[in-house]
Design a protein around this ligand. Structure first.
Ligand code: IMP
Ligand code: MG
Length: 171
C-alpha cells in the first residue's frame, strides 16, 4: 500500500523560501537576474520564490525530462527551450530537487554556451544519497539524505504535485 509520510510542513517551506529569497535579493542587487525554472517540478517553488524576491528580475522556463516512476533514466531530454535572450544575464536555475546531478550538469553545460554573465543554482531540495556528478548547489532550502519525495510540485508519475507540504513516498 502507498504511504505518504510528512517530512517538511508548508510553514517550514514558506520560512526557508523567505530566507533564500532574502539572500538572492542581496546577492543580485546590481545584477541582471533571471530565474529559469525547470519544468515541471519547480513551478510551485518558482512562483513562491519570485514573489519573495524584492529586486527586479526576469523569469523564464526550460523543460527537461529524465525520470520514469522513481528511476532516473540518465539521459536528459529538453522538452522546452527558454524564450528570453540570456546573453549577459545572471541566470539562476530554479530546480525542485537535485538527485544524481544529471539534469543540472546538462543544464549548466547548455547555459554556459549562451554567454551569460553568470549561472548559479537554487534548489528547493538537495538530496545527497544518489549524487553521481558533482554539483555546486549555491542556494538550497532543504538537505535530505534519501527517499523519494513528493508534494509542492514534486511528483510520482505526475501525481501529488498539488500537495501543499512535502512527503516521503513509500510504495
Ligand atoms: P537528477 O537529474 O537525477 O538530479 O534528477 C533531477 C530530477 O529528477 C528532478 O528535477 C526531479 O524532477 C526528479 N527527481 C529526483 N528525485 C526525486 C524525488 O525524490 N521525487 C520526485 N522527483 C525527483
Ligand atoms: Mg525536475
Amino acid at each position: 500500500m502507498t504511504k505518504l509520510i510528512p517530512i517538511i510542513s508548508a510553514e517550514e517551506i514558506k520560512r526557508e523560501i523567505q530566507n533564500v529569497a532574502k539572500l538572492i535579493s542581496r546577492d543580485y542587487m546590481d545584477k541582471k537576474l533571471i530565474l529559469v525554472g525547470i519544468l515541471k517540478g519547480s513551478f510551485i517553488f518558482l512562483s513562491d520564490l519570485t514573489r519573495q524576491i524584492t529586486i527586479d528580475h526576469e523569469i523564464d522556463l526550460i523543460g527537461t525530462s529524465s525520470y520514469s516512476g522513481t528511476q532516473s533514466c540518465g539521459a536528459v531530454n529538453f522538452t522546452k527551450m527558454p524564450d528570453i535572450e540570456l546573453e549577459g544575464k545572471d541566470i539562476l536555475i530554479v530546480e525542485d530537487i537535485v538527485d544524481t546531478g544529471t539534469t543540472l550538469t546538462a543544464l549548466m553545460r547548455y547555459f554556459s554556451t549562451l554567454k551569460p554573465a553568470s549561472v548559479k543554482i537554487c534548489a528547493l531540495i538537495n538530496k545527497n544519497e544518489r549524487r553521481e556528478l558533482p554539483i555546486d548547489v549555491h542556494y538550497s532550502c532543504f538537505n535530505i539524505d534519501k527517499g523519494f519525495i513528493v508534494g509542492y510540485g514534486l511528483d510520482y508519475n505526475e501525481k501529488y504535485r498539488n500537495l501543499p507540504a512535502i512527503f516521503d513516498l513509500k510504495l
